[in-house]
Design a protein around this ligand. Structure first.
Ligand SMILES: [Zn+2]
Length: 172
């Protein structure tokens, strides 16, 4: 069984007026993720959103400007990729979707073996989630047109590193 993970496709990251806008590249992956969502839904595979949701005094704001504050518009999934009623939404406070969340238990209970990682940023939340997935024995697939980063060099490096180190399969 496989699952689609849609990571941090939230207003603060994807919309130009967001507080931590990831740039044009991040906007450009929206149609590709939409397409994947449709394919997964048609085949009955789970779709899981991993969403940053911070308290105002979160330590992450020592390194990044405040973003995705709990229960604000900035922390909401962009309208274009709004979840359907049977999609799962998991909130996180750090880069990895596995850190202090129930993601692993959810994946286990659904008998998921293969994870398709999509969203932002390739070198941060995608790569850290890939690392934790790899440690837990999941096969990782990355549709490269469905991930983005505000830094093109980090994007390219992260893809190569995930392929080499976590045995991620890059899907062109
Ligand atoms: Zn964050």
């Amino acid at each position: 069984m496989k699952a689609l993970l849609i990571i941090d496709m939230l207003n603060d990251f994807i919309k130009p007026e967001g507080s931590l806008y990831c740039g044009k590249m991040a906007e450009e992956i929206v149609p590709e993720i939409s397409k994947l969502k449709k394919e997964f839904r048609e085949k009955g595979y789970p779709i899981i959103y991993l969403c940053d949701a911070h308290d105002p005094n979160d330590e992450e704001f020592l390194a990044f400007p405040p973003h995705c504050l709990k229960d604000t518009k900035g922390a909401q999934i962009i309208d274009e990729l709004a979840p359907n009623s049977n999609d799962l939404v998991i909130y996180k406070t750090r880069f990895s979707g596995f850190y202090k969340t129930n993601l692993f238990d959810v994946l286990k209970s659904l008998e998921i073996k293969e994870l398709y990682l999509t969203g932002v940023c390739t070198s941060i939340c995608i790569m850290d989630t890939a690392a934790d997935a790899f440690y837990r024995g999941f096969k990782i697939k990355i549709p490269v047109k469905a991930v983005a980063d505000f830094d093109e060099n980090f994007h390219q490096f992260a893809l190569k590193r995930m392929e080499r180190i976590y045995k991620a399969e890059l899907i062109p």
